[in-house]
Design a protein around this ligand. Structure first.
Ligand code: V47
Length: 404
């Protein structure tokens, strides 16, 4: 492990711990957030990532599906531009046939994961989702289903007068593979009551993930940054994620999510529009996530939020996992994101390769699907389509879901 050149002498003790692969304290994370030595933080995070993941960078061929934007938290989640009340202009709820029709985009493409999230609809029952998952698995047997945030799971448990564990069991029986990391926002009580009042509280969000992990359903975790939260709030949030991971080992990847202020009440109140977070903040959040969450195997950059360009640079700042092809992105585009709606499979491979890293296509469970030789035609701009003939039989497990 190299000695790090730091511009900020305050970070010396943190660097010593990174060199010795020692766990950082919340105080260390606070120092990192306070520091402007972005390159120093980045070089440490890059070293921590390379020690764990080498120069491999993972991506998935996925498709996002948002079955409904109707949400009972429309008025209280003031940071969200996606949600609608049932009668509001733009409100929609798709029939299962419509969902299957949208998923047909996966038919001749490389898609291996459906990422399904939406609003907390007041009337949709659990059977809508279990039928959807069964129907999608019937039509696309090789595609994994990553669906429903902890907040949606808890909502369905309320509607069904059931428990979150039973809801998870039924979803798992229908074919659910993993849970996405949304709905975490920032756990601190004061921030949550400001930006997401009445949303599932921290302990309950964590409990749903704990139960999922106990049932063998791995999950992701997130933090929404760049609004009203303080560094103390961020550190507290990351500490809660790290503590749960110590207990269960079920988180696969951590995704810092950059707040977008357009078309939502919070953005209006803060007097912001356009991209609220800066590239500096985006890279720092990736790097600190990698350094502090020493027990979560991967850190993912969500290019629809931070742009593909920042995502590529993030690969030098501790990140080893890139959001996939996406196909249809609504949550951030409703909030003013000007990034593309999708990236092609080839674009993702080139983005990673262009950063001097080794692209690896993964599935939802971080099983390896495909690697790319240097003379792979995919690197040839003349070559139109990738070879996507690998099947789940070819999968090689990259990492388990257990503690790294
Ligand atoms: O929880 C909503 C965020 C999340 C805005 O698990 C906003 O692989 C910015 O969690 N500005 C949902 N963010 C998306 C999510 C996610 C995304 C990609 C991959 C994975 C994964 C999970 O989107 C919400 C909230 O934190 N969000 N509105 C907004 N205006």
């Amino acid at each position: 492990m190299p000695r790090f050149e730091l511009r900020d002498p305050q970070l010396g003790p943190v660097a010593a711990k990174v060199t010795a692969a020692e766990r950082l304290t919340p105080r260390d994370a606070h120092l990192l957030f306070e520091s402007n030595d972005l390159l120093g933080i980045g070089v440490m995070a890059n070293a921590a990532n390379q020690r764990r993941n080498g120069i491999r960078v993972l991506f998935s061929a996925n498709q996002h599906i948002n079955p409904t934007n109707v949400c009972i938290l429309r008025k209280t989640c003031v940071f969200c531009s996606f949600a609608r009340t049932p009668k509001e202009e733009g409100a929609y709820t798709r029939s299962l046939e419509d969902v299957y029709a949208e998923a047909e985009a996966a038919q001749n493409g490389p898609t291996r994961e459906f990422h399904i999230v939406g609003g907390l609809h007041p009337k949709l029952r659990l059977s809508y989702y279990t039928d959807m998952i069964r129907g999608l698995k019937e039509r696309h047997p090789h595609v994994h289903i990553k669906a429903l945030t902890a907040v949606e799971i808890a909502h369905l448990a309320r509607i069904e007068k059931s428990t979150t564990r039973k809801v998870l069991e039924e979803l798992q029986a229908a074919g659910l593979t993993s849970l996405p990391g949304g709905g975490a926002e920032v756990f601190g009580v004061a921030v949550r009551s400001t930006i997401a009042d009445r949303k599932l509280v921290a302990e309950d969000w964590l409990q749903v993930h704990r139960e999922a992990h106990e049932l063998g359903i791995p999950s992701n975790c997130t933090m929404l940054y760049g609004h009203v939260e303080s560094y103390t709030d961020r550190v507290e949030h990351l500490t809660m994620l790290r503590d749960l991971q110590d207990e269960t080992g079920g988180f696969l990847t951590y995704i810092p999510l950059a707040y977008h202020p357009d078309n939502n009440e919070l953005g209006d109140e803060l007097g912001r529009s356009g991209t609220a977070t800066t590239g500096f903040e985006d890279l720092k959040n990736i790097a600190i996530g990698r350094l502090f969450l020493d027990n979560i195997p991967h850190v993912k950059t969500h290019w629809p939020m931070v742009t593909p360009a920042i995502s590529q640079i993030a690969l030098e700042f501790g990140c080893d996992d890139v959001e996939g092809t996406v196909v249809y992105e609504r949550v951030y585009h409703d909030a003013g994101a000007e990034t593309p709606m999708m990236l092609s499979y080839e674009d993702l491979v080139r983005l990673i390769h262009g950063a001097g890293k080794e692209p690896v296509e993964r599935d939802s469970l971080y099983g390896m699907v495909r690697t790319f030789a240097p003379d792979d035609p995919i690197f040839d701009p003349e070559h139109e389509r990738p070879n996507t003939s690998a099947t789940s039989g070819d999968l090689v497990q990259l990492v388990g879901t257990g503690r790294a």
